[in-house]
Write a protein that binds this ligand. Structure first.
Ligand code: HEC
Ligand code: HEC
Ligand code: HEC
Ligand code: HEC
Ligand code: HEC
Ligand code: HEC
Ligand code: HEC
Ligand code: HEC
Ligand code: HEC
Length: 489
């Protein structure tokens, strides 16, 4: 229905649907029936009887939109035509339908920092990538020439509702439904594929727990309070994401997670809970570290599910040992030959170096085919087989040092716990006796023991101690034994 009518002389166009009334004055240009149709359609399907707009922040008579003092705060007329004014712009908007319209009131960042303002948005991928245009189907695809980069690809200034009610933050779709409409491979990177894998961040499972206002209140993330969740916006700020071109070094976070809130730690002695400080999304004075984002949910800052480790305690840099996530490790004398992949004993690594997609072309800890969202398989029980070359640890540690009994002696000697100093070290256990790394090592940290040694696993170590040139252990598998190291610590 594209019948054109001329409203040049229309005095006042008044529509009343249900409880909802609105007026558009003085149409001075041509509008098509299709606009009217959409208008009616919008109201019927979207506004519902109660009127979505009235329950949005834009629609509030107290705190809503305000530009033109002649019209009431929160009214349609703050954005659409005013009486007595010549209308030059389509949809009877007071200016062109582009981001400047939004910037008129949203130039600056919000208090929470979740919306970081024009300066940041104008450099973000979602603003500059020509593919960043809403693909539909619901609401229908954006077809305007300059669609890419518009706020309207994610927001509807009138508000929308779905089956669960009014969608928060004036978004056009709820939570991950919004992001995955584009991030399903077309037009943007396929995150959906990872979320469909057997192990994922359960982003699609929970709804309504995340809020842009959750900020620094730990109970909003708490398992015991029933608020545990993980949404795209917990780890990404859609207004700031950038393609990660500058190559950061850990722990500095990827530009894909710019302007995200996080939890900083101040480490005390081993075993103790560190001091925590919530850093809001808008804080650019302090560095943005990837692990701090994870600590919003994976540390005792909030309440975790029973049995889930407190990662902030395990990665405490005052611990006896830890994987070097918060800072360089303590065991910096480990021989270079025991590492692979450009890693050495001084390297600092990301959580996402281990937790991420099993597909090498997708970054980020969204989902994986392997348990615990690991990038490679890792055996966590006595499987009766020796670890294979493609397993997680060997992205950084040398398989020929730790497993392969057939490897040259020079490789094996790169570990302290191997022949010749010790007759039965890594290669004997992991390579010949099918003892997985997990039996003796924690993956994250150990408050008490050096070398990430863990006790109380079965099979595993009942007790362990280190001395200046070796150590001694009592495992579930044999009697107490001592060993000597290949080179000093
Ligand atoms: C904050 C500014 C703002 C306010 C307030 C506002 N609108 Fe809009 N309106 C827009 C923008 C921007 C568009 C263009 C949307 C697009 O291109 O998708 C629009 C488009 C429309 C359209 C055309 C729909 C279409 O898809 O072509 C109608 C009808 C409409 N608005 C009605 C209203 C009514 C009724 C109210 C009050 C209940 C209202 N608007 C309040 C900004 C606003
Ligand atoms: C005339 C001023 C004005 C214009 C134009 C305007 N806004 Fe707003 N916007 C506001 C005000 C006022 C609020 C409410 C702030 C509050 O409640 O703290 C708001 C809030 C929002 C929110 C937060 C809603 C929530 O529930 O958290 C979003 C998102 C938003 N605007 C998007 C847009 C977009 C997109 C555009 C352009 C299409 C736009 N706004 C145009 C004034 C405006
Ligand atoms: C790629 C999607 C996307 C685009 C494009 C986008 N936003 Fe948002 N916006 C979001 C999401 C998602 C949230 C809610 C974040 C959350 O839940 O933590 C949000 C929240 C907001 C808020 C509320 C922030 C607060 O502190 O409560 C404002 C205001 C806002 N957006 C304005 C804008 C404006 C203005 C533009 C364009 C200049 C824009 N957005 C473009 C996805 C987007
Ligand atoms: C638990 C935190 C977390 C959640 C939840 C999360 N992401 Fe990510 N995502 C990351 C991190 C961290 C990176 C960056 C990794 C890097 O650059 O090494 C990333 C990277 C990405 C990338 C870039 C991928 C690439 O290879 O270019 C996209 C796109 C993305 N995320 C989209 C999403 C979407 C969409 C959702 C929700 C469905 C989501 N993310 C949920 C943490 C998260
Ligand atoms: C309108 C389509 C669209 C929507 C909706 C959208 N994105 Fe994107 N996004 C893109 C495009 C296009 C790119 C650039 C191409 C790419 O990296 O896949 C991109 C890039 C990204 C990147 C950076 C990837 C990199 O290269 O490092 C992240 C992270 C991201 N989006 C997260 C999100 C999140 C989180 C949401 C939901 C709040 C979201 N996106 C919603 C289209 C969209
Ligand atoms: C907003 C909360 C939140 C943030 C932030 C977050 N996660 Fe998670 N994570 C979850 C939830 C919820 C689960 C599902 C299992 C659960 O409840 O523990 C989960 C599960 C995981 C799992 C799988 C554990 C299992 O039992 O299968 C890993 C690994 C993980 N997250 C790593 C990370 C990493 C790495 C980061 C930082 C880049 C991060 N998470 C940030 C909430 C979060
Ligand atoms: C060196 C690799 C590595 C790094 C770095 C790493 N992890 Fe892990 N993570 C693992 C492995 C392997 C497992 C599975 C075996 C286990 O539970 O120890 C695991 C398990 C987990 C689990 C599930 C634990 C459970 O018992 O349910 C969570 C949650 C987790 N990691 C979060 C994180 C977070 C958050 C970070 C960064 C602060 C991180 N990991 C850094 C290797 C790593
Ligand atoms: C039977 C127990 C046991 C198993 C199984 C085991 N380790 Fe160890 N690992 C040790 C002990 C004991 C040390 C401490 C050596 C010392 O005293 O410095 C150690 C030290 C290390 C070190 C520190 C550097 C070095 O080699 O001296 C790395 C790295 C390491 N192990 C990796 C692995 C990997 C990878 C696996 C699985 C392929 C594995 N370990 C399996 C007992 C074990
Ligand atoms: C992304 C790279 C990376 C991966 C993957 C990785 N590690 Fe490490 N690991 C390191 C680095 C770097 C160090 C050196 C830390 C130091 O010097 O204290 C290290 C040190 C260790 C140590 C000795 C710690 C100490 O303080 O003595 C052990 C044991 C260890 N790793 C076991 C493992 C096991 C088991 C796996 C597989 C689950 C694994 N690592 C996977 C990078 C990695």
């Amino acid at each position: 229905m594209k019948m054109m009518i001329n409203h040049r002389d229309t005095e006042k166009l008044k529509l009343k649907i249900g409880n909802l009334k609105f007026e558009i004055y003085n149409f001075q240009f041509q509008i098509s029936f299709s606009v009217l149709f959409v208008l009616l359609f919008t109201l019927i399907t979207n506004a519902g009887a109660a009127g979505v707009y009235n329950s949005t922040r834009h629609g509030s008579p107290q705190t809503g939109v305000m530009r033109d003092p002649a019209a009431p705060r929160g009214s349609c007329r703050q954005c659409h035509s005013e009486s007595g004014t010549a209308i030059k712009y389509p949809k009877s908007l007071w200016r062109e339908n582009d981001n400047e319209l939004c910037y008129a009131c949203h130039r600056d960042e919000t208090l929470s920092g979740v919306y970081p303002g024009q300066r940041v948005y104008d450099t973000a991928t979602h603003r500059i990538d020509p593919r960043a245009a809403w693909p539909g189907p619901s609401p229908s695809p954006r077809k305007d020439m300059d669609a890419a980069g518009k706020c309207l690809n994610c927001h509807d200034p009138h508000g929308r509702q779905d089956r669960s009610g009014v969608i928060p933050n004036l978004l056009i779709a709820r939570e991950e439904t919004l992001c995955l409409s584009c991030h399903d491979g077309d037009p943007a990177g396929d995150i959906l594929r990872d979320l469909r894998k057997p192990y994922s961040h359960l982003i699609r499972q929970g709804t309504g727990k995340h809020g842009s206002d959750e900020g620094g209140d730990p109970s909003r993330y708490s398992y015991t309070a029933g608020n545990r969740h993980a949404e795209c916006s917990d780890c990404h700020n859609a207004h700031a994401v950038r393609h990660n071109t500058a190559l950061q070094t850990a722990p500095a976070a990827s530009e894909s997670v710019l302007r995200v809130s996080r939890v900083r730690v101040f480490n005390g002695s081993p075993e103790t809970i560190p001091g925590y400080q919530y850093i809001p999304a808008g804080d650019t004075g302090s560095p943005l570290l990837e692990y701090e984002i994870c600590y919003k949910c994976h540390s005792s800052w909030t309440r975790q599910p029973a049995g889930q480790p407190d990662l902030a305690r395990l990665f405490n840099t005052n611990n006896a040992s830890f994987h070097p996530v918060e800072g360089p490790g303590k065991n910096t004398g480990i021989a270079p030959g025991s590492f692979v992949g450009g890693i050495n004993a001084f390297s600092v690594i990301y959580c996402s170096d281990c937790h991420g997609s099993n597909d090498s072309n997708l970054r980020g800890p969204h989902g994986s085919q392997f348990p615990d969202i690991l990038r490679r398989p890792y055996v966590t029980q006595d499987s009766g087989r020796s670890p294979e070359r493609d397993e997680l640890c060997f992205m950084c540690h040398n398989y020929d040092t730790y497993v392969s009994a057939a490897s040259p002696a020079v490789f094996q000697q790169a570990s302290r716990f191997n022949p010749p100093a010790s007759s039965s070290g890594h290669v004997f256990h992991a390579g010949q006796r099918n003892v997985p790394c997990y039996t003796c090592h924690d993956s994250h940290g150990s408050a008490q023991f050096g070398a990430l040694i863990v006790t109380r696993r079965n099979p595993g170590l009942l007790s362990f101690s280190m001395n200046s040139n070796g150590g001694s252990c009592l495992p579930t598998c044999h009697e107490q034994r001592s060993y000597t190291v290949n080179y000093p610590r």
